[in-house]
Design a protein around this ligand. Structure first.
Ligand SMILES: [Zn+2]
Length: 163
């Protein structure tokens, strides 16, 4: 992407707007020209050069003891490369800590297949995100019931927090 002056716009940072929306900010400093690209991760990623940290992920880094930062950053970026991830998000840090995505059992996968195709991908992301957030290594039936009730108003009226 180029500025009107012909210079390549520089990436200044990426904000996590919500669970699935990102805002990449670019600038041409000499011109004071700013451009933002907002969209899902897969829409924003093609505009990012190398592995890039969202502001939220960067904030985690900023709060770490300085001597830990280079090692931690290396670990996360190496994991990002093995998974083909260009954008390190707050959630990705949790995933990197587990060195992988959460597991799905045959049971939970079967349940996922019954989710209408239009919302299946979103449901999958939401389930994995919530599981990682809670430090779970596997998506459970209880979690699926909880998310289903919370997001789609189906099933149990009471979210299953017992697990
Ligand atoms: Zn310019």
């Amino acid at each position: 992407m180029e500025c009107d002056c012909g210079k390549t716009l520089e990436l200044c940072g990426v904000d996590e707007v919500d669970a699935t929306t990102y805002l990449a900010r670019f600038a041409c400093v000499p011109c004071g020209e700013y451009v933002g690209i907002e969209g899902e991760q897969k829409e924003v990623t093609p505009f990012l050069g190398q592995v890039c940290w969202s502001d939220e992920a960067q904030h985690v880094l900023d709060r770490m003891p300085p001597y830990v930062v280079p090692f931690y950053r290396d670990d996360v970026e190496r994991y990002a490369q093995t998974t083909g991830t260009k954008l390190v998000t707050f959630d990705f840090l949790g995933e990197a800590k587990n060195q992988g995505t959460v597991a799905w059992s045959v049971d939970t996968l079967k349940r996922l297949e019954r989710v209408p195709p239009a919302i299946r991908a979103m449901a999958r992301i939401e389930l994995e995100r919530t599981a990682l957030e809670r430090g779970m290594t596997e998506v459970t039936v209880a979690l699926m019931e909880e998310i289903k009730a919370r997001y789609f108003g189906l099933g149990a009226a009471q979210p299953a927090f017992k697990n």
